[in-house]
Design a protein around this ligand. Sequence first.
Ligand code: ATP
Length: 221
Amino acid sequence: MRIGLFGGTFNPIHLGHLKTIGEVRDAFSLDQVVLIPAAIPPHKPARDMAGTEDRMAMVRLAAAGRQGLAACDVEIQREGVSYSIDTVDHFQRTQAPETELFFIVGVDAFLEIDTWKAHDKLLERLPFIVMTRPDAGRLDLDGQHEALGVFLHDRLSGGYRYDPARKAFVHNRKQPLYVLEVTPVDISSTRIRDRIRKGRPISDLVPGSVHDYIHQRGLYQ
Ligand code: ATP
């Protein structure tokens, strides 16, 4: 089994998450991608944050009936601040030893990884798949790639080098960090919350079931 772990605030989950994750799944022949909403995300302000139950419910609705997608509430059950290292610990303890785990993250989130708890250990534990994201840090695709290289070298370790054959940054003591150029989907949760506040439609931005849930619960008004 090859499993991708995909954490996020999912406030709310949207088609940007789902379309890009589908491409990652295909490109890396993953059997499953597990969506893991953070309880209290360390890097996001609490303002505008829907409750953990609502974010989890929306992730469950989005995963339902989608092949190769699962929702996991391990961070929500743990409570307190959600750290990826604890989640990876959990999966490495509970999965069969032959399971291959990958950590999936957008480039904007990855470029802050030097602020994550035990990030050095995390990068030794499992391979990362970093997805490009339109306009991340106002950079085009080449710029995102270059920013990653500079960031890895300057902020994480001088030992990283890019291997074009593997399309990955490699390191002799850390797991590879694959970079995947995904079809750009210019959607963010921030934009969705903003549109709801302004009374604009969001039906093209989230799955139908999530759209209905947001309206039934009156979220982000
Ligand atoms: P917000 O706008 O509230 O900051 P967000 O849209 O970035 O939220 P998150 O739940 O914080 O959503 O994202 C979880 C992960 O998904 C992050 O690694 C992020 O980089 C990635 N991601 C989110 N949207 C996209 C997208 N459109 N394309 C590629 N990656 C994305």
